[in-house]
Write a protein that binds this ligand. Structure first.
Ligand code: FAD
Length: 498
């Protein structure tokens, strides 16, 4: 009899049980372990717990007699219950902790990673002896495009350009509350959702676990069928508009033209190859413009792959990076996503979305939540943990580089060329959040001063010495010298709790 094959809760698509090419035996029985300790260790968003459990239980139902599905306290207990000491295979897990754990078990054989476009050893070869400065995301992305022949015309990028970012940075259209695009795919809840809610209620009542956030109607796919439907709907309805307003924020339209595919991708319900191929096919059919298609493919074949590779390449100690020496604790309102306790409209609106759905698109994560944490000097490890717990698509491999590197600049620029933060003027230009706000993006002092405008200058001042050595920041830092009221700005905004 073939060895059993163990599926983690983020390995739920058919490609995680496909034989051949380093996969499990074609007749391998399957083991899945629902480990309660995962939810006990941290206070997760309840919609995230709901999504993961309902996706796992749906997958088990699909696999039928082939799977042994065990509810246990820990993975170790679950595995023991399911197979005793028998040998099992598992595909490369997605966190350092899980990798350490499976490697510590003599009974487990680790198979290559699935669910990504680039194999880890291929990335290792590509990095080769390039210096860190020469393997930025853009270089990596072009290499992936060439290697896979993705959106290429022979040796040249389709349309003659690699990068359409310039076309994809429009401010939101003024005077509209929502983009004129069809609504995103919404799954229909069923008995599995009811059962999961019932279990979560019981665990909470028993004081076994605690959650934050609202577990409203489930917004994200929890099965392969739902995930395929979501991809199909996105490509048909929203991909054509994906590019132009990619960086803009509309408070009444949190999704705009984004795909909402990160959760099914990270659960392993979708393979990235099918997403980028579907997008390219839409362009080749003439159904979507190149700026949108390139923008979407860049997110998946560029950013998602790059982040996955960096997580392993930088190693486990990377998460503790804190080059800026930020140590302030997260305030209660942020920790608990208590949006109503915040006055600034941008933070209130975005935090409200997190509380209600466990999701926002990239720019609110980076330029509102992350930027505020950076300006206030909050401990980057605590910020990473917060994002991981509160976002439905948050997993260690994707949170650590995105928060430590991209959002908190705690690695001093190993991942990005400069810190991502701004004054209120940027938020005003790229969103409709400032209009109804009690604070004014142009003011840095006094009762109506915008926390982002004051916070930006305080941040630049605090790290002047480091930042002025960065050519991409020189002009911004020099701006400090033109502020005649810098002392007062620092009085108002210089402390983490300002
Ligand atoms: P779209 O805008 O439609 O993009 C398409 C896909 O591209 C996404 O589904 C995602 O799979 C991929 N993608 C785009 N950017 C990134 C990126 N930087 N890293 C990895 N994948 C990317 N993404 C996660 O999947 N999980 C996270 O935990 C996560 N945490 C983040 C935290 C911070 C502070 C920041 C700045 C970004 C984070 N991202 C994370 C990246 C990105 O914000 C989300 O992938 C995206 O907002 C998900 O929404 P969407 O599916 O509609 O994305």
């Amino acid at each position: 009899m073939a060895n059993a094959h163990w599926l983690f809760g983020d390995q739920l698509g058919p490609h995680f049980v496909a034989p051949g090419d380093g996969g499990p035996h074609r007749d391998a029985p399957v083991v899945m372990v629902e480990a309660r300790s995962v939810f006990r260790r941290r206070t997760f968003h309840r919609a995230k717990a709901h999504l993961i459990l309902s996706a796992m239980r749906r997958r088990a139902a699909e696999l039928g007699d082939r799977v042994t599905y065990v509810r246990a306290d820990t993975y170790r207990d679950g595995l023991d219950k399911a197979v005793g000491k028998a040998q099992v295979t598992v595909h490369h897990p997605t966190s350092h902790a899980a990798m350490r754990f499976v490697r510590s078990l003599d009974q487990v054989t680790v198979l290559p990673a699935r669910g990504f476009l680039v194999a880890r050893d291929a990335f290792g070869q590509w990095v080769g002896d390039r210096g860190e400065r020469h393997w930025r995301q853009e270089d990596f992305y072009r290499w992936v495009r060439r290697e896979r022949g993705l959106l290429m015309d022979g040796a040249e990028p389709a349309g003659g350009r690699w990068n359409f970012d310039h076309d994809n940075r429009a401010s939101p259209p003024r005077g509209v509350r929502e983009l004129d695009v069809p609504p995103p795919y919404h799954p229909r809840e069923d008995d599995v959702d009811d059962e999961v809610r019932h279990d979560l209620d019981a665990w909470e009542r028993a004081g076994d676990v605690a959650f934050v956030g609202r577990d409203g109607p489930r917004l994200f796919p929890a099965s392969r069928r739902e995930a395929r439907a979501a991809l199909k709907r996105f490509v048909a309805d929203r991909l054509p508009n994906f590019g132009t307003y990619e960086d803009a924020i509309l408070s009444a339209d949190p999704v705009m033209s984004h795909s909402l595919l990160s959760a099914p991708l990270n659960l392993g319900l979708l393979d990235p190859a099918e997403c980028v191929e579907a997008a390219e096919a839409a362009w080749r059919r003439g159904d979507a413009p190149l700026n949108s298609v390139e923008g979407f493919i860049r997110q998946i074949a560029g950013w998602r792959e790059y982040v996955w590779q960096l997580y392993w390449h930088f190693g486990e100690r990377y998460r503790a990076s804190n080059v800026l020496g930020h140590t302030a604790p997260l305030p209660r309102w942020f920790r608990e996503a208590d949006a109503d306790a915040v006055e600034a409209n941008c933070l209130r609106s975005v935090l409200g979305q997190v509380r209600d759905t466990g999701w926002t698109h990239h720019i609110p994560r980076l330029m509102i939540l992350g930027s505020h944490a950076l300006q206030r000097g909050w401990d980057p490890a605590a910020v990473t943990d917060w994002f991981h717990r509160l976002f439905v698509d948050g997993y260690d491999w994707v949170m650590v580089p995105n928060v430590v590197g991209m959002s908190q600049y705690a690695d001093g620029g190993r991942m990005t060329t400069k810190p991502y933060t701004s004054g209120g003027a940027y938020v005003h230009r790229m969103s409709d959040l400032c209009g109804p706000c009690a604070f004014r993006p142009t003011e840095r002092l006094g009762p109506h001063a915008c926390p982002f405008t004051g916070g930006y200058w305080a941040f630049l001042h605090r790290h002047r010495e480091l930042l002025e050595r960065n050519p991409r920041m020189t002009r911004a830092v020099q701006g400090l010298d033109r502020l005649t009221d810098l002392d007062q700005v620092l009085d108002q905004w210089g402390s983490p709790n300002a």
